[in-house]
Design a protein around this ligand. Structure first.
Ligand code: ATR
Length: 270
């Protein structure tokens, strides 16, 4: 049976095995998909061991995506720019290949919910690894503008410089968001991990401003609840993105593109 795994630390709460088993069931393929807790200094050895033992593909999660990028001998353009890799596999001539499917997972979820990006004013909160990983696919949807707001302005400027050749990207601090026209706001900060809210001025959120939080949470995230209090009516958490990035990985490995909605629905019921 072909073997796959997700490598991370921590990993206990990963939904990837469930998601990939459901994809496999859709196409009546038998795969083994495990989750592996990897020591912080043991990533490279674990990857080498996995593929040497005949493993077919890996998903990579926190905190190893940058290290996976470094290890990959061949990278897709979107992974190259993301600076991070979440999907690994071996080419036929034995080269370790890396892709980043996070951005495609996000964009496909937005489009599946009819949240079209073309000509829209999009704000991205955060300029860390999570934000960088999705910017190219967002710009490929031709928004009017992608404004990256970050606590540390220099990091937002770095992303602006990196991605400027690919679309209309700008950078600012949170306080400069006040008074901006915003159709969609995407939370890519890790603020909620510390139980905090990104300091978005209250007048940014309004009833026609759609809100996406890249974290998944069945009861909504603190940021989503706060936006609702400010009048937002259309909000999504990151479950669709999670399933979507997995679907892209599965398609790379198995040349079958699974349906995401039944899997999202199933996970919502848990
Ligand atoms: P990740 O891979 O999750 O993106 P990261 O690279 O450490 O992790 O980036 C975390 C992001 O969340 C950064 O944009 C960070 O802002 P800074 O660049 O100023 O550090 C942002 N962030 C974390 N906690 C935050 C908070 N309490 N308020 C606002 N932004 C926060």
């Amino acid at each position: 049976m072909d073997r796959y795994s997700v490598f991370g630390n921590p990993i206990a709460h990963s939904l990837s095995p469930q998601i990939h088993q459901q994809f496999a069931a859709q196409c009546q393929q038998d795969i083994a998909y495990s989750k592996s807790l990897i020591e912080l200094d043991g990533f490279e050895a674990a990857v080498n061991e996995f593929f040497a033992a005949g493993g077919k593909g890996l998903n990579i999660t926190v905190p190893f995506k940058q290290e996976a990028w470094t290890l990959a001998e061949q990278r897709t353009q979107r992974a190259e720019l993301a600076g991070a890799v979440n999907t690994l596999w071996m080419s036929e001539d034995g080269k370790l290949c890396g892709d980043n499917t996070d951005g495609a997972g996000l964009v496909n979820d937005l489009l599946a919910n009819n949240w079209l990006l073309k000509n829209k004013n999009v704000v991205m909160l955060g300029a860390g690894g999570a934000a960088r990983g999705v910017i190219l696919p967002l710009l490929e949807q031709a928004p009017a503008r992608l404004l990256v707001a970050n606590r540390t302005l220099v990091r937002a400027h770095e992303l602006q410089t990196l991605f400027a050749p690919y679309g209309p990207i700008e950078a600012c601090e949170f306080k400069e968001l006040g008074g901006q026209k915003v159709d969609l706001i995407i939370n890519a900060t890790s603020a909620s991990l510390g139980g905090e809210l990104p300091p978005v001025p209250t007048d940014v959120i309004h009833e026609n401003c759609r809100v996406y939080d890249m974290v998944y949470a069945n009861q909504g995230t603190p940021f989503m609840h706060w936006c609702q209090q400010q009048g937002a009516r259309e909000l999504l958490d990151g479950l669709g993105m999670l399933v979507g990035q997995a679907a892209e990985s599965f398609a790379i490995w198995r040349t079958f593109r699974p349906a995401v909605q039944p899997v999202i629905d199933e996970l919502r019921r848990l």
